[in-house]
Ligand binder design. Structure first.
Ligand code: 523
Length: 132
């Protein structure tokens, strides 16, 4: 089974709320709320991939120095193994906009479990609750 490397981010606003994004209709895992991110292309540095994805998906610019240490998610989907580091980020430039998602939500860490998430993302919620 191939391993797919995906990078994701927990954007945290000044009130300590975390951004989650609803996967659009027509895509895998549609309707579930994910930590935004995407696939690392061959040869790409994970941090560069995340900066690229945040620009494409959310219209924001992030400085690499603002991407803090992460925890890894690991989940066996049907046809691939997903390995997904989650970075924490509290500073960005621009206004967060849903360019590729059906909706965005800023959620207090203790309410994240109210939102159905992809199985890879779910275990990250407890980690965030303890951290924030
Ligand atoms: N996940 C996931 N959680 C999460 C992300 C960003 C992605 O479980 N927070 C999974 C969902 C997809 C795979 O990682 O199976 C790649 O996601 P994405 O959004 O980069 O790509 P898709 O859905 O467009 O996938 P392809 O159609 O395979 O390109």
């Amino acid at each position: 089974m191939p391993t797919v490397l995906v990078v994701a981010v927990a954007l945290v606003d000044v009130d300590g709320r975390v951004l989650i994004a609803k996967r659009p209709e027509g895509k895998k895992l549609a309707g579930l709320w994910e930590f935004p991110g995407g696939k690392v292309e061959p040869g790409e540095r994970p941090e560069a991939a995340l900066i690229r994805e945040l620009n494409e998906e959310l219209g924001i610019d992030v400085n690499e120095a603002c991407l803090a240490p992460f925890v890894f998610a690991s989940h066996a989907y049907d046809s691939f193994h997903l390995l997904m580091p989650l970075y924490l980020c509290r500073r960005w430039n621009g206004v967060v906009t849903a360019r590729e998602h059906d909706a965005l939500a800023w959620v207090k860490p203790n309410r994240l479990s109210d939102y159905p998430m992809p199985p890879a993302d779910e275990p990250l919620v407890a980690w965030l609750r303890d951290l924030l």
